[in-house]
Design a protein around this ligand. Structure first.
Ligand code: GEK
Length: 250
């Protein structure tokens, strides 16, 4: 992944190691501090997805258009795109509503240097963001945190803000229509987390904390919403168990 950031050593995510009383998960200071480690150990194929997103960006970026990274966290996608677009003159807008994430992202941008005119960082709710003249919009594991009632409106606003030929990359934790297969994938996903060093207690406490915060949908729900918004092509380009990434073309 991003060469730029290889010198930033992530702190280990042990937020759910000790027994704690249930509280909803929030993207606060504690989470932001360990986020690189958390996401790498929690999302199967994260590094592959990030580097491929960079490749999509390289292919679909049109000069004088904008790139949006919605729910950018610490800039995993943002900086990968910067790296893959190299010295070209692009305009990327990275948005997140977590102050703790944005504070660190701003620091990273200044450590990397040379991105002043090309990367704009905004701390705001993506439901209120202006999306215009976009050739690329990324929602990498972000839509799942929006209340269901806001999702169609955001997808429609993204569609309207894309130029013809522009793309939306939507990556999400998904739920399967078939209950048996869903149970199997969830169980195998928990084994994946164990193999990445999380204990059974950590896995179950995190699952409870996310219960009301991360609401997954089926692939067909996502596809229907995207098609209703107007997207003419839709495909899943990556899936590992209950994690998928899709590309939609305007
Ligand atoms: C990555 N894309 O590394 N407005 C703005 N940001 C939001 C909102 C909202 N309404 N709701 C949630 N977020 C990143 C990973 S993480 C995924 C994305 C995860 C932000 C939230 O603050 C967090 O930083 C991000 O969406 C989700 O590729 O933790 O599983």
């Amino acid at each position: 992944m991003v060469l730029y950031l290889t010198y930033i050593k992530p702190l280990k995510d042990d937020l759910y190691k000790a027994k704690i009383s249930k509280e909803d998960f929030v993207f606060d200071e504690q989470v932001a501090e360990v986020f690189d480690d958390m996401i790498a150990r929690s999302i199967p194929g994260y590094a592959t997805m990030i580097s491929t997103l960079g490749e999509f960006a390289k292919r679909y970026y049109k000069s004088d258009s904008k790139i949006y990274d919605l729910g950018c966290s610490l800039g995993g996608v943002t900086f990968e795109i910067c790296e893959q677009l190299g010295e070209s003159d692009f305009n990327l807008i990275a948005i997140d509503n977590s102050e703790a994430m944005i504070e660190r992202l701003v620091q990273r941008k200044s450590i990397i240097g040379g991105l002043e005119d090309r990367v704009e960082i905004l701390c705001e709710d993506i439901n209120d963001s202006i999306i215009e003249n976009a050739s690329i919009v990324i929602l990498n594991f972000t839509l799942q945190f929006l209340p269901l009632k806001y999702r169609s409106r955001l997808i429609k606003r993204i569609y309207d803000g894309l130029i013809p030929g522009g793309i939306l990359i939507l990556s999400e934790k998904i739920v399967l229509g078939d209950e048996n297969l869903n149970d199997l994938f969830v169980e195998m996903y928990h084994k994946f987390k164990e193999s990445n060093g999380y204990s059974k207690l950590e896995i179950s406490q995190k699952r409870l904390a996310l219960e009301n915060i991360l609401i997954p949908e089926t692939i067909s729900m996502h596809k229907n919403r995207l098609v209703s918004a107007g997207f003419r092509s839709f495909e899943i380009w990556f899936q590992h168990l209950n994690f998928a990434s899709t590309i939609s073309l305007k």
